[in-house]
Write a protein that binds this ligand. Structure first.
Ligand code: SF4
Ligand code: SF4
Length: 604
């Protein structure tokens, strides 16, 4: 290293930096918390093809293709994204790589922004590829560099597992120099390696088993699995962020810190256990290490103590160890006032969900900001499972219940989610003669993860613009004849078109189209104002669910109090009020009004 520098970096930034220093040529991803910033950060480095893919499976396959071509490649995704990419993951472990291939996965203990708390370490064992687990940003950078070496040395993709806290916390990182330019070797035909016909698959499986043995052997001496000797009465085996918590909670205890959580260095673990009176295993989420260590015949004294639900903290670990029982996860910190996630003031979803709740239908939802339609006051979504699941779930309900739900079933999905994994179910709906109505919330971006580009808006990770896919034509090409676009800021039109779609004897798609307000800030030229004497306190305006509509009491009746710091003048509450008590008022007086009001005071 010619010029070591120390920077303050998040784990995500450090991963991107490590990949850059490793000479990565192609980086791919689909946005998802906690890992979105990896690709955003890598796109700022020179000479890297950074791609937002349509979903994690595609992202994985693009990175794998780059690796086959001899380039170093990295693919990053959130934990549930790895489920989507699992198909190529499992088989690419058989083909192996050419250029190094690193797969970064971000787990989300406490499900801060996810639909589950799955522990992705199981993928390493199930698919039989090595997994490295950094415990801070420095290790994130270092282990990505090591992962590329490991990948090429052992002819395997390598998993690097982060958790939300590591992705987003910033710690100091000693960075290295920019890489020397690397030219991909090119694809070299190797039938037995890259063409997984059944015979080749068996041959590759044999090679894979031998590789796992070699990786376990290599782990024995790898410097990322290290022992810190202190008090020998207890030896703690840990990995990832749990290591930091262990150091804080039990600074006096000996520790075996595993930077590689699969395959494990069995001999090293046995030697460590032999030196201490008892072994504790402290890890976040599942007892992944604990089960493997017990399988080595080593008693684990801490068995059953460590919480399996929710993120760990040093305090939770201390409490659980003291009580010899897992401390349950608290839902929210009671010392901090709760604040539920809300849809932005004036967002298109307010209008659509107001219309849906007026109609009264069963709604199978999907993953995106629009999932918030499941909350008060709309209570408009009845199920949310995973990306792209809404349409299939609705079709299943329709097939199970037939006429009982005909005309009363809606699947709601965003534009980005539709392209991620909704097109297959939509085609299935057509093929299987479904009659479910699909509402596509098109806000021209991938909003929930921070306004990333996607094929619908035509924006790439490298800042190139294009027209994007025409959703109407795409949906029509799948065989859906009934497709309408609505203006979600027209409450009457939204309700009418949705009713028409639900009545249509066949699959129908309604596209609710308006840009995300964060993407294209509405020019606020007007705001809602209340005429107090006209308000009857009926409460219809509250049903719009806008955060700019607060409550006040007027003559003993509830009445809206418009927060003009938030109101963007979308007029949805104005349309909802049956008494005309809410009216739009221009923000800036027009010239005539200005002149009139200035006339008496201004000498000519
Ligand atoms: S006009 Fe009404 S619904 Fe629209 S942003 Fe203002 S307060 Fe909210
Ligand atoms: S909808 Fe109109 S009349 Fe009813 S509470 Fe709101 S402002 Fe008052």
């Amino acid at each position: 290293m010619k010029s070591a520098q120390t920077w303050l970096m998040s784990g995500n930034q450090a991963i991107a930096r490590g990949a850059y220093e490793a000479g990565v040529t192609v980086a791919t991803s689909y946005p998802g918390t906690p890992c979105t910033e990896i690709l955003e950060s890598i796109a700022r480095h020179p000479g890297i093809e950074a791609l937002w893919s349509t979903n994690e499976k595609v992202a994985y396959e693009v990175a794998l293709g780059a690796s086959f071509a001899g380039a170093r490649a990295m693919v990053s995704m959130k934990h549930v994204g790895l489920n989507v990419a699992a198909d190529p993951l499992f088989s690419s472990v058989y083909t192996g790589v050419n250029g190094g291939l690193v797969v970064v996965v971000g787990d989300d203990p406490s499900a801060a922004s996810s639909q589950n708390e799955q522990d992705s370490r199981h993928y390493a064992r199930a698919a039989k590829l090595p997994m490295l687990e950094p415990s801070d940003s420095q290790e994130a950078r270092d282990l990505v560099l090591a992962a590329f070496e490991l990948s090429e040395r052992f002819d395997t993709p390598v998993l690097v597992r982060l958790t939300t806290r590591i992705c987003h916390s910033k710690t100091l990182v000693r960075v290295g120099d920019p890489p020397e330019p690397r030219t991909p070797t090119g694809f070299i035909r190797d039938f037995d390696k890259y063409v997984l016909l059944p015979r080749q698959a068996i041959l590759r499986h044999r090679a894979l088993e031998a590789r796992v043995e070699a990786l376990a052997q290599y782990a024995e001496a790898a410097d990322w699995n290290r022992v810190e000797w202190r008090d020998l009465r207890v030896g703690v085996i840990t990995s990832g962020l749990a290591y930091q918590y262990v150091r804080e909670a039990f600074p006096h205890l000996s520790v075996l810190k595993l930077g590689q959580s699969w395959p494990l260095p069995a001999q090293k673990i046995r030697e460590f256990a032999a030196q201490v009176d008892e072994v504790w295993v402290i890890e976040e989420l599942d007892p992944f290490l604990e089960e493997q260590i017990k399988a080595l015949g080593i008693p684990v004294a801490s068995e059953g103590w460590i919480p399996r639900v929710g993120e760990l903290t040093p305090e939770r670990i201390l409490h659980s160890v003291e009580q010899r029982a897992p401390q349950p996860m608290q839902l929210g910190d009671p010392s901090i006032p709760g604040r539920a996630p809300r849809i932005c003031a004036g967002c298109q979803y307010l209008g659509v969900y107001t219309a849906i709740s007026r109609i009264g239908v069963r709604v199978a939802g999907d993953i995106g900001c629009y999932t918030l339609g499941s909350l008060e006051p709309w209570n408009a979504i009845d199920s949310v499972v995973c990306m792209g699941a809404g349409i299939g779930t609705a079709l299943g309900m329709e097939k199970a219940l037939g006429d009982r739900v005909r005309g009363k079933l809606l699947a709601v999905i965003g534009d980005s989610t539709l392209l991620h994994s909704g097109l297959g179910p939509l085609l299935d709906l057509v093929h299987n003669r479904g009659q479910t109505t699909v509402l596509v919330m098109d806000n021209s971006t991938t909003a929930m993860t921070g306004l990333q580009g996607n094929p619908a808006n035509g924006q790439t990770a490298l800042g190139q613009s294009g027209p994007g896919v025409n959703l109407e034509k795409l949906i029509a090409a799948l065989g859906i004849e009934w497709v309408r676009v609505i203006n979600p800021y027209d409450l009457a039109e939204s309700e009418e078109v949705l009713r028409e779609a639900l009545d249509h004897p066949g699959p129908a798609v309604v596209i609710s189209r308006a840009p995300c307000l964060l993407l294209k800030r509405r020019e606020t030229v007007q705001q809602a104002h209340l005429t107090e004497e006209a308000c009857t306190g009926c409460g219809e305006c509250f049903q719009v669910g806008c955060v700019a509509i607060e409550r006040q009491e007027l003559a003993g009746r509830p009445a809206p109090l418009i927060n003009h710091d938030l109101c963007v003048g979308c007029t949805l509450c104005v349309q909802a009020c049956p008494e005309g008590a809410l009216q739009p008022r221009r923000l800036v007086p027009d010239l005539v009004e200005l002149e009139t009001c200035l006339t008496p005071a201004q000498p000519r």
